[in-house]
Design a protein around this ligand. Structure first.
Ligand code: OAD
Length: 236
């Protein structure tokens, strides 16, 4: 089976009711990054940071995977599918995909501020001051903030370099190092970019831009890929 690597951003979850960051009405129009998504913000006002992520978690618990998440899971019938998502939501998991790397962390997990290896599931929507790890230290959201290292970037670049086909869905491609992952794709492999307002990625070869919303663009492309025997199978 061929390996299809999928890079996703906030746009794939927009039709599930979760805000993107940079579109009109997006999160970064209503919140300042430096107030809620940096280590400095956590130092200055952890309660505000926790409240921001609690609100996101509350919305996520009520959200459901949409047709794009479901279609990607269906691709596993004929492809080795590896999803690399910048999203901290769990809609790929709930949509049925089985190989998902969360580059920017996971909203429904908490991590010890004393020991980064201590990671816990959050059962409801709240993480509060006073919620402690087993060593007695405060828990923080298990997310990557601006200014922090992205621990899974090397794993992600290796996955991209294994791709026979690459799909990019719903990302403005402005946040690095995530946006640079496309450069690890083998030269000339087919790349599909689905986004109603795609960013220019002219330096890449063989890109098909599909300027549609994920909810209809992804199922349509998936249908085509599942029907196209040449794309799914290794050459004889
Ligand atoms: P952005 O908000 O930057 O970009 C969202 C993209 O989704 C845009 O290109 C939109 O055109 C597209 N979009 C909107 N609605 C869509 C739909 N229905 N279907 C498909 N695409 C749609 O979000 P990201 O690129 O994911 O990081 O942002 C990257 C990172 O910046 C995030 O992971 C987050 C943020 O700051 C951290 O917090 C560390």
């Amino acid at each position: 089976m061929k390996t299809l690597v999928v890079l996703t951003g906030a746009g794939i979850s927009a039709e599930s009711g979760l805000h993107t960051f940079r579109d009109q009405g997006g999160l970064w129009h209503n919140y300042r990054i430096e107030d809620v998504a940096t280590p400095e913000a956590w130092q200055q006002d952890p309660t505000r940071v926790l409240a921001f992520y609690n609100e996101r978690r509350k919305q996520l618990i009520e959200a459901k995977p949409n047709n794009a998440h479901l279609a990607l899971a269906a691709l596993e019938k004929k492809y080795v599918v590896r999803i690399i998502t910048q999203n901290i939501d769990d809609l790929h998991e709930r949509g049925g995909s089985t190989h998902i790397l969360h580059l920017h962390g996971e909203l429904r997990k908490a991590r010890s501020t004393a020991d980064p290896d201590l990671v816990y599931d959050i059962s409801g929507w709240e993480l509060n001051m006073g919620d402690l790890c087993e060593k007695g230290s405060q828990l923080r959201p298990h997310v990557v903030w601006f200014g922090e290292a992205v621990p899974l970037i090397e794993d992600a670049s290796e996955i991209v370099s294994s791709a026979d086909l690459l799909m990019i869905i719903g990302t403005s491609m402005v946040v690095y190092p995530a946006a640079g992952l496309v450069n690890y794709a083998r030269y000339g492999i087919p790349i599909y970019y689905i986004d109603p307002q795609p960013s220019p990625i002219r330096w890449l070869k063989n890109v098909t831009v599909i300027p549609r919303k994920a909810g209809d663009g992804v199922p349509a492309l998936v249908k085509e890929l599942l029907e196209n025997k040449e794309q799914c199978n290794e050459p004889e």
